[in-house]
Design a protein around this ligand. Structure first.
Ligand code: SF4
Length: 208
């Protein structure tokens, strides 16, 4: 696994901001906060600049001050990445966003189930990215992450939080593997799997 040092307790490292989206948080006019850092190295990652776990390129204080000016214009904020659960400051940031009156969303691959459990009560919606059948994760993400991801998905399904389970299908995933993934998810109680197109032009070279 690549560098998985957690971010400092009280800070959110922001690697980017999209001020307005209608597609990243279903049913909401939202801003997207891109969190810096991810311990995985998916073969098709479309945000490689967000992978190193550094401080990010803008302060959370600036972002929350800007969000305060968006009340009445936006109705949601979705945290994406990178992997937002890498950052210890995520729960505090979600609490601040809710205090401003925004709905909260999270894009995650479920890398840290315990941290996910801690923030689920602070979320209105989760976009949960599955990578492969859980026994095949190493081939896609570069490490054995299937166990934590399965545990995190179980937590999500038990929570009652609105969600979408989706998979970006890389070119190397064949029909049998995708069928196996669908079966695993159905057996867990996932009602639907959203298939997303891979964007190979932006993809990462395999690391390690
Ligand atoms: S696609 Fe994979 S490597 Fe890229 S941010 Fe998501 S989990 Fe991390």
């Amino acid at each position: 696994m690549a560098d998985a040092r957690p971010m400092p307790e009280s800070r959110l490292a922001v690697g980017g901001l999209v001020p307005f989206t209608t597609i990243d948080f279903p049913g909401r006019l939202a801003a997207v906060v891109f969190c810096q850092g991810c311990p995985w190295r998916c073969t098709y990652c479309h945000n490689p600049h967000l992978l190193p776990p550094h401080d990010g390129d803008r302060s959370w204080a600036d972002v929350i001050a800007w969000l305060a000016t968006r009340r009445g214009l936006l109705d949601g904020v979705v945290f994406s990445g990178g992997e937002p659960l890498l950052q210890r400051g995520l729960a505090a940031a979600l609490t601040e966003v809710r205090a401003l009156g925004f709905a909260t969303g999270l894009h995650t691959a479920g890398i840290y189930p315990e941290r996910f459990a801690a923030v689920l009560p602070l979320l209105d919606w989760v976009g949960f990215d599955v990578k492969a059948p859980f026994g095949d994760y190493a081939r896609v993400v570069g490490c054995d992450g299937g166990g934590p991801a399965r545990n995190a998905l179980r937590l999500l399904l038990a929570s009652g939080v609105a969600h979408q389970v989706r998979c970006t299908v890389p070119p190397e995933m064949d029909a049998e593997t995708l069928a196996r993934l669908r079966t695993e998810l159905r057996d867990m109680g996932v009602a639907a799997l959203e298939i997303q197109a891979c964007r190979p032009l932006d993809s990462l070279a395999r690391v390690g």
